[in-house]
Design a protein around this ligand. Sequence first.
Ligand SMILES: C[S@@+](CC[C@H](N)C(=O)[O-])C[C@H]1O[C@@H](n2cnc3c(N)ncnc32)[C@H](O)[C@@H]1O
Length: 174
Amino acid sequence: MKIDLLLMVFVVEIFFIVLVVWIAWSSIVGAPWVPTPINKVRAMLEFANVTSNDTLYDLGSGDGRIIVMAAKEFGAQSIGIEVDPFRILWSRLKIRWYNLGQRARVIRANFFKTTVENATVVTLYQGYKINKKIREKLANELKAGSRVVSYRFILDGWKPVKTSEDESIFLYVV
Ligand SMILES: C[S@@+](CC[C@H](N)C(=O)[O-])C[C@H]1O[C@@H](n2cnc3c(N)ncnc32)[C@H](O)[C@@H]1O
């Protein structure tokens, strides 16, 4: 009885230590994880007119919701780039669960150091500062005609070709 209680306290302690380390590590390495609401994910993909001819990159793919929907509902080849190992693990479980291994994958990397030159669509949910930094990379690497869809934050200096009514989704064409 006493041993059971000690074991339980130990497990709870470990859980909280892992949680604190994870939160601290996430905020040092990458942007905090605030997932795009599912209805907005669908709206972003519809906004960019994603089809099975597209190769979509989600830069900072979080729990993989954008790449999973892009592959599952829109038939696109989709690649997520993410630094957080727990979110990567969760994304890979979802990809396996939906049997999307042929169409979706996640790369554990820093998106500033990963080429996106074969993308036809790039999705973003990053802050204003990262968007500002990533603009140049996208301009250098993407082919003419590629689409960039950003949730909540504009790409300063670029003119969106379309903005959602509630001004939460911005579509750019390179
Ligand atoms: C606001 S969340 C968006 C997640 C997902 N795209 C969505 O829409 O639900 C931003 C994600 O970007 C990741 N991230 C931030 N900087 C990164 C970097 N340089 N390389 C890869 N991932 C990064 C964070 O770990 C976080 O999961």
